[in-house]
Each structure stands twice: as structure tokens, then as C-alpha cells.
Design a protein around this ligand. Structure first.
Ligand code: F0G
Length: 410
């Protein structure tokens, strides 16, 4: 049976525990124990992919259920996952690596990777009898929680930093029916408040301090490995804010190797926005110091100064011989323009991965012949204002169309 272990004091709890944080303040971690391993586990996952997996509702998350949440019962699934890998020559050229694929997590039901963690954590919460769900968010987590809470029929309370959430995300949380609290403070203040409020008021907290969120987000990596026939790339590049994904990716990779799904570990590259880069500064100190900063960046999704999964993300970087980089807002917007211009599109935080990859190639850390998968975390429509492109206003006359057309041909 899987169980929960505290990453700080080592306390062990049964997986069915309704506790989501250890009494010592440490974060709990799930330890899955699937009934089989290696080739048999791989072919179980592959068969479900081939046949559509009716018990997992065709979900690209629940296909890997032995590694996620033990027990049976209700499943709160949209379904999610099954996101594509994109290859485009112009993106490879821009980044400087020939073998580049972008995994687009913006193709999840609410437009970001958060749905993968949310389906697992909301399912666990409902099975454990939760009566109200909560989270702090820069936008995507609240959109995702709102959708899964609506499906489960459980009320959700979301805490967001006032005037710092992109329009599309706020609309989602409101439309799906969550109660949205705009906090006069930044994301870090929202997270402190929701952790305290949830403990005091009996709300089930759905931020990535919840171990089941991390379990669900492992499937970004598991699905990507499966899409590549279980042949790992040399590098996986991911934007990094609160560090849930960085932690989840490391956990997925180490477990995948221990279970014989893969035989070698890819290296992780976590990319922060330069104005919100406490983890990058820590990395530069060989993780000897932990930094907290007042965060500012155009990539509002990762505008986070005190990431909650710091310790486990540091472990993920160390275990995979990974690196952490920081990119400026200019680099982020330049990368976004290239992803958008390829007809793929993403939100600004997502573009940090491609911007970071280009920088790492230029610095000689990622080799031009290395194989790379970079993750795009959210959909272009999440943040429709993050572009310099603007429509051309015209009067309803063909001469005006002709004039515009001439300008385009130049
Ligand atoms: N990319 C996007 C689009 C995000 O929304 C987030 C986090 C990240 C990257 C960073 O991922 O936190 O796992 O390091 N968004 C959270 C939210 C904080 O509230 O939606 P991370």
C-alpha cells in the first residue's frame, strides 16, 4: 500500500489519511507501491493508451493510476492529459537544438497543467469527505480548482492577488462558480493566508503543499516518456514558480527509474523569471542558502517570491544533475512571440521554458545535439493582453483592405 511520509521529520501515515500537512510543518509525500514493475508496468500503461482505458475515462492522468492514488471509488476527472508534443523547425533553430519537442500542457481542459494535479487531489479530497476546497493562486490553480470543484459539487474558495491575475484565468474561476477572494497582497501573502485559514476553518487545501497534487503532476513526465516509447530525452525544461512541477518532475523520474520504466535519468532545467528568481539564487549558492524575494515579472503565473516546494525541488535538481536558470521579461516575451508565431501559442510563464533553453544552449550547458523536451504550461488565451500585436482598425471600404494588403507585402 502507498503511504504518506513527512519530508522533514520522517513521520509515516497511511495513504487514506485526511492530513495534508505534517504537524511538524513539513510537507507530506506519497510513496506509491504498484503491484508490479518494469516491462509489465509499462505494458499495462501502453495497453490502456491503446484501448482507451474505460475505467480511467481515457484520462492521460488516470492511465498511470498505480503510481498516483491508492484505493478505489469516485473519480473526479474531466478527463485530462493526452497533450501533444510539437516539433517545429523554426523553434528548434531559435533555441539552438536540433531535437526539440514542446509538450503543450495548455491543452488540458482548463488550459493549464494544473488539471493533472487537480483531478488526483480533488478525487482524494472527495473520497476523504471534504466539504469545502481552497487554494491560493496566480490564476491557473484557481481556474482548475473551480472547474473540478464544480464537477464534484463541492464549494471552492480561492485567494488571488488583487490586480495581478490575467483576465482569462479570473473569468474561469468566476464562471465555474468558485468564490474568488481578491487579497490586497501578493501570491505569497495569499498562500500564507489560505494555509492558515484552511487549518483553522476546516477547508481542504488544494495548493501543491497537498501531496496528491504532486502525484498528478508527475504524469506530465510519465506521459511524455510514454509518447517517446519510454526513451528519455537528455533534458526536460520547465518554468518554475512555486516549484510544484520541478518537485513532481524529479519525483516522477526517480520513481520511473526505480520501477524500471526507464533506464537513465534526463536532466531537469528549471527556469525562473529574473524578477522572481529565489530558487535560481539558491542554486547559485549550491542550495546552501534559501532566498525569499519580492517578486515582479510580466509572467504573472510565476510571480512568486517564496516558493513552497523549495526543499523537494532542490532535491529534484540535485538528483537529476539539473540546473536552474533565470530569464528576463524581454527574453520571455521574445520566446512567446516565437511560440505564438509558430501557430502554437502559450502564456508568458510558459515561454520561460523556451527562453531558458535558448540561454542554456548559448552558455554551452545544453548541447546542440542534446534531445530536449520543453514544457509549455498554459494556453495563449489565459493572458490575452500579453502581446504587442494589435488589430488594424479600418472603415468598411475595400480600398482600405487593399492599402493594408500592400503594407503586408512589403
Ligand atoms: N506556468 C504556469 C502557466 C503556471 O500557472 C505556474 C504556476 C507555473 C508555470 C509554475 O509552476 O508553481 O509548479 O513551479 N501557477 C500557480 C497558480 C502558482 O496559482 O496557478 P510551479
Amino acid at each position: 500500500m502507498s503511504r504518506l511520509v513527512c519530508g522533514t521529520c520522517g513521520l509515516r501515515l497511511p495513504a487514506g489519511s485526511s492530513l495534508l500537512q505534517c504537524s511538524c510543518g513539513g510537507l507530506l509525500e506519497a510513496r506509491p507501491s504498484p503491484p508490479f514493475r518494469g516491462r509489465r508496468l509499462r505494458s499495462t500503461f501502453d495497453q490502456r493508451l491503446a484501448t482507451g482505458d474505460p475505467t480511467g475515462e481515457g484520462s492521460g492522468v488516470w492511465r498511470f493510476r498505480e503510481l498516483l492514488l491508492p484505493g478505489r471509488g469516485v473519480l473526479i476527472s474531466h478527463p485530462e492529459g493526452n497533450t501533444r508534443l510539437y516539433r517545429r523547425d523554426e523553434l528548434s533553430r531559435w533555441a539552438g537544438v536540433a531535437d526539440l519537442a514542446l509538450k503543450h500542457e495548455g491543452e488540458n481542459p482548463t488550459g493549464s497543467f494544473k488539471d493533472r494535479g487537480m483531478t488526483v487531489a480533488v478525487t482524494q479530497a472527495v473520497r476523504a469527505g471534504a466539504t469545502a476546497l481552497s487554494c491560493a493562486s496566480t490564476g491557473n490553480t484557481s481556474a482548475s480548482l473551480a472547474a473540478y470543484a464544480a464537477q464534484a459539487g463541492v464549494p471552492a474558495l480561492v485567494f488571488v492577488p488583487r490586480a495581478k491575475v490575467a483576465a482569462g484565468k479570473l473569468a474561469q474561476a468566476l464562471c465555474y462558480g468558485a468564490r474568488v477572494l481578491e487579497v490586497r497582497g501578493d501570491f505569497d501573502a495569499c498562500l500564507r493566508l489560505v494555509r492558515e485559514a484552511s487549518a483553522e476553518l476546516g477547508l481542504t487545501l488544494l495548493n501543491s503543499v497537498n501531496p496528491w497534487r504532486i502525484e498528478g503532476q508527475k504524469t506530465i513526465v510519465l506521459e511524455m516518456l510514454q509518447q517517446r516509447g519510454w526513451e528519455p530525452p537528455d533534458w526536460i525544461v520547465v518554468p518554475a514558480g512555486n516549484l510544484g512541477n520541478t518537485a513532481a518532475f524529479g519525483k516522477a523520474l526517480v520513481e520511473a527509474r526505480e520501477l524500471g520504466l526507464i533506464s537513465r535519468l534526463p536532466r531537469l532545467a528549471a527556469i525562473q523569471a529574473a524578477g522572481a528568481a529565489p530558487f535560481y539564487h539558491s542554486f547559485r549558492s549550491a542550495f546552501k542558502r534559501r532566498f525569499r524575494v519580492r517578486a515582479e515579472t510580466v509572467a504573472t503565473a510565476i510571480r512568486i517570491g517564496d516558493p513552497v516546494s523549495y526543499d523537494r525541488a532542490a532535491r529534484a535538481i540535485q538528483q537529476t544533475r539539473g540546473v536552474v536558470a533565470a530569464v528576463s521579461d524581454r527574453e520571455i516575451l521574445a520566446a512567446k512571440a516565437v511560440v505564438d508565431g509558430a501557430g502554437i501559442g502559450c502564456e508568458p510563464a510558459s515561454a520561460a521554458s523556451l527562453a531558458g533553453l535558448r540561454q542554456l544552449v548559448r552558455r554551452g550547458i545544453v548541447g546542440r545535439r542534446d534531445s530536449v523536451v520543453a514544457v509549455l504550461t498554459g494556453h495563449l488565451l489565459k493572458d490575452p493582453h500579453a502581446t504587442r500585436a494589435a488589430p488594424t482598425a479600418i472603415a468598411p471600404r475595400i480600398a482600405e483592405v487593399e492599402r493594408v494588403l500592400k503594407g503586408m507585402r512589403k
